[in-house]
Design a binder for this molecule. Sequence first.
Ligand code: ME8
Length: 517
Amino acid sequence: MNDTYYITTAIAYPNGKPHIGHAYELLATDAMARFQRLDGKDVFFLTGTDEHGQKMQQTARAEGIAVEDLAKRNSDEFREMGRLLNSSNDDFIRTTEPRHHQTVQEVWRRMAANGDIYKDSYAGWYSVRDEAYYQEEETELRADGVRYGPQGTPVEWVEEESYFFRLSAYEDKLLKLYEDQADFIGPNERRNEVISFVKSGLKDLSISRTTFDWGIKVPDDPKHVMYVWVDALTNYITATGYVEDQNGPRAKYWPADVHIIGKDIIRFHAVYWPAFLMSAGLPLPKRVFAHGFLLNKGEKMSKSLGNVVDPVNLVNHFGLDQVRYFFLREVSFGHDGSYSEEGIATRINADLANGIGNLASRSLSMINKNCEGRVPTPGPLTAEDEAILKIADEAIDICREEMSKQQIHKAVAAIINIVNEADRYFAAQAPWVLKKTDEARMGTVLYVTAEVVRQIATLFLPIMPASSAKILDLVAVAEEDRVFAKLGAAGRLKAGTELPAPSPVYPRYVAPDAAKA
Ligand code: ME8
């Protein structure tokens, strides 16, 4: 039985503090990991930092500190961001750790043993910011006299002795992989982009450097350090211990179910990584999914524009679950997304305060006042009751389907649809009128509404873990029943259960200026 689920984020360069793009990737991946855990899978969720390479060494030099110290300081910031975002990662890998050096050197040895590594000299363009080699035709000389690569970063001419990986030998094998495993790359735009890149012809890849030493040493030739991407990509398998011991405690997680990354690094993950693994005779990940970029009010974030948003400020300002909800609802996962303070405020008020928050507080306060604070006993169910319960009961099927394709925003939309339908039900049934005319029927309506609230909160646990748990506290759901197996009829609220006094979970957001006025 294979009930494991292994999911990873990219490992970030700790050459600076984490920004909102890093936060976005982590919380989206966290939501997917939590979803699978709640759905009964044995999940392993990995994140970490990519600490070697020329960019790290240059940044450290510019700051006048040792590169080890720069890496440690910022790696700790990334770890701290994980805590702030309530990330449920099971491990945090640093590529400077001994376990990683060991795995990377072993993978190199296996690629060499397979005849895929040879020594030659490299002459070509390199972008330190992207840590990537580019073909001359991918670069352009601009009016400022500087040559730029395809991602808009400056490139420099590099000439040195280097080891090469025989990437050219993998062209057909890679095309076959994309063909046979049609969902290896998502979304489709990225799949097409990768296929046309590979079809245009693959050149052998320079995989070592001699002009700096901040990296993992090449076995038996310590003058060379490995190209940082050979080292970085391998982190995913390092953490499982699979290379060292296929029967080790975490080896069962390899191959990964999905690598979640940004669209700028799809080539490394969908071309180089499977080629390295094929060469080393190791199983390939099942899927690579590239999300889009976050834009600040439609503009690319950059230090020079001064619009780089610190995730800590955003969370302190709006609240963690509010920020998680906004990004996962607002941005189509796989496409670029724009955010603004106004956009976040609007979502919070419409969907959380006026939506689920209001539904929970109106129904639960009525129970508190009119049903002695206990889950009321439902009478016979009407067609309307059955209809709203059906919508709630069936939402998990939609969510499962969408989450299996990383369409997080569509899963969230399906949950919000229950909220909207339940609002309509509640308004139409008007239990506050029934209170005077038909108390038994009022009890049924309140029972059905509270039961729907239970399901909404259970489904929202991966997206908004802490506040959804708070709602589940209000409907007295036991800890062990907060799982997807208890959705639908399997976990219906029990009449007579005592409920705590209701308290608001999602306050309205009021902008600080408006609050002062
Ligand atoms: O690329 N919006 O590290 P990194 C959304 N170390 N995502 C963004 C973003 C934005 N504005 N900016 C960056 C690296 N990202 C390598 C990865 S993996 C073996 C090695 C995403 O710190 C980016 O696409 O530059 C990537 O997935 C992640 O943040 C780390 O970026």
